[in-house]
Design a protein around this ligand. Structure first.
Ligand code: GDP
Length: 487
């Protein structure tokens, strides 16, 4: 037996694994829901609020199974995968609800199992269905998905592409130091560990600077350089692109040969296992994006977000990559792209945010020619940190949002202490999304307000129980992602 298996390719084994888990599904239905998005998009907050609302009978009118009273019990259960960290739901909720601070963000992959007992809506299903669905929520950094294109690129193509991108727009300035160091290290020079490390460090600093607040530039593989997970400080991340590669094979003992070998090792030992062991097993996926931030920053940022979305959506269209198509045979059947933090806007702008997001996704889909999976777009707030009001402004009713700015936030020179509430005019989004995408557009003026608010105060019921976390359209997201499996 062992000899047969050892002759099978890894990909074939993964296919067996998938079949095995499908067979187990038949006995106990499970749905593996991936939650991803680039760093700070709102993954941790989304999962925490989703679970809290389900466990605490939140206001979820659009989530049909809940509204119609067919859900009898929802509970957290031990997850089936011992090798993956558990999503620290209790800690995150304690931060959000008790301390009113935002929880620690996603740094690596984590998982949580939620089991729902329900009564099927149809008499036929009631007879055959066990009426229990386990939802395995898998939280992972979106940066890791951006590595997919690397699988079809050799070191030469990766180097040329990365260097070309560093020469455009805002990136040129940020890349200066790293490019100077690259120029001082010819690819044909001797391979030295210290040089490899220095180049990798400078390259990582460049990638980080592109992502840093105030710049918001996105499309930047290798993903683990920004989100290393458990590979922090590992030699697998000690490589960088090189300039002026000579024709033909890398000379033995050269820096070129060393970097090329490490780049290939990164693909084999880091990128492929992630897609094979985690991504290929997902059934549904939500991709969170901080569209508001990109909108505020202007057309270059939006174009960058669009590029990142194109790369992310390409992962759901298995046919474009032979490695991936050998693993995922249309397993993921629904993808939701959700613009988060809609509570920064007045409700009149929620539909506009959705229209802008749809526009972003549409262009990405046009470029890759369809995603292969069902695709939906929404604007939501996992946690509603503000409430709406109107103030009288010289006889005119002005729509405002009211919340408690985080300690240290400044509005018009005034510094907030984290306790005092304030009302601000959040700004409007344009009715025509195209206005934002014209090249050279500098972003909105005056822009959508970017005051960071504390999580809301959550009332207690008579019995001392905390009510559920307020949200915007979270129930719509639930209905799309799991509603049909509770039908
Ligand atoms: P992750 O890196 O994707 O896990 O991002 P987090 O879930 O940690 O969210 C990053 C930050 O975005 C949080 O610390 C909050 O400040 C903010 N945030 C996320 N979701 C919401 C939301 O629904 N409303 C508001 N007002 N802020 C949010």
């Amino acid at each position: 037996m062992a000899s047969i298996f050892s002759t099978l390719k890894d990909d074939t084994l993964a296919a067996f694994d998938t079949l095995g888990s499908r067979a187990a599904d038949f006995v106990h239905p499970t749905l593996r829901l991936g939650v991803t998005g680039l760093s700070r998009a709102g993954k941790t907050v989304f999962i925490s609020s989703l679970v809290h609302n389900l466990l605490n009978g939140g206001r979820l009118p659009v989530f049909e199974a809940m509204r119609s009273g067919r859900v009898s019990k929802i509970r957290l259960e031990p997850q089936p995968d011992d090798a993956i960290a558990r999503f620290q739901y209790e800690d995150h909720i304690a931060a959000l609800v008790r301390d009113r601070i935002w929880p620690d963000s996603t740094r690596a992959i984590a998982q949580l199992r939620l089991t729902i007992d329900y009564e099927s809506a149809s008499g036929w299903n009631r007879m055959f269905s066990p009426g229990t669905l386990s939802v395995d929520i898998v939280d992972y950094p979106g940066e890791w998905l951006l590595d997919l294109p690397l699988l079809s690129q050799d070191f030469r193509t990766f180097s040329a592409g990365t260097l070309a991108r560093a020469d455009i727009g805002l990136r040129r300035d940020l890349a200066r130091d790293w490019l100077a160091l690259t120029a001082a290290h010819p690819a044909t020079g001797e391979a030295r560990e210290a040089d490899a490390r220095a180049l990798a460090e400078r390259f990582t600093a460049y990638l980080r600077a592109c992502r840093a607040d105030g710049r918001s530039l996105y499309t930047l593989p290798p993903g683990r350089f920004l989100m290393p997970g458990d590979l922090e400080g590992s030699p697998a991340l000690t490589f960088a692109p090189l300039a002026d590669l000579p024709e033909g094979r890398a000379p033995k003992g050269s820096l070129f040969a060393m970097m090329e070998r490490r780049y290939e090792a990164y693909k084999t030992h880091v990128v492929k296992p992630f897609f094979r062991e985690h991504f290929a097993r997902l059934d549904r996926q939500i991709v969170l994006i901080d569209a508001l931030q990109a909108i505020n920053r202007g057309a270059e940022s939006l174009a960058d977000l669009e590029n990142a979305l194109t790369d992310v959506l390409a992962c759901f269209r298995a046919g474009t990559n032979s490695f991936l198509s050998s693993l995922v045979t249309r397993r993921i059947d629904k993808v939701l792209i959700a613009a988060t933090k809609a509570d920064h806007l007045h409700h009149e702008s929620h539909d506009r945010l959705e229209a802008i997001t749809r526009r972003l996704v549409q262009r990405a889909v046009e470029r890759i020619g369809g995603s292969g999976a069902g695709l939906e777009v929404m604007a939501l707030a996992s946690v509603r940190a503000t409430r709406e009001a109107t103030v009288d402004h010289g006889g005119q009713a002005l729509p405002v949002i009211v919340g408690t700015p985080i300690a240290g936030e400044k509005i018009n020179g005034e510094v907030f202490d984290g306790r005092r509430k304030t009302a601000i005019f959040p700004g409007d989004l344009p009715a025509d999304p195209d206005a934002l995408f014209r090249p050279g557009t500098e972003g909105l003026d005056p822009g959508v307000s970017f005051v960071r608010f504390r999580p809301p105060h959550i009332e207690e019921t008579g019995g001392g129980l905390k009510l559920s976390v307020p949200h915007i359209r979270l129930d719509r997201a639930m209905q799309y992602l799991i509603g049909d499996r509770l039908a």
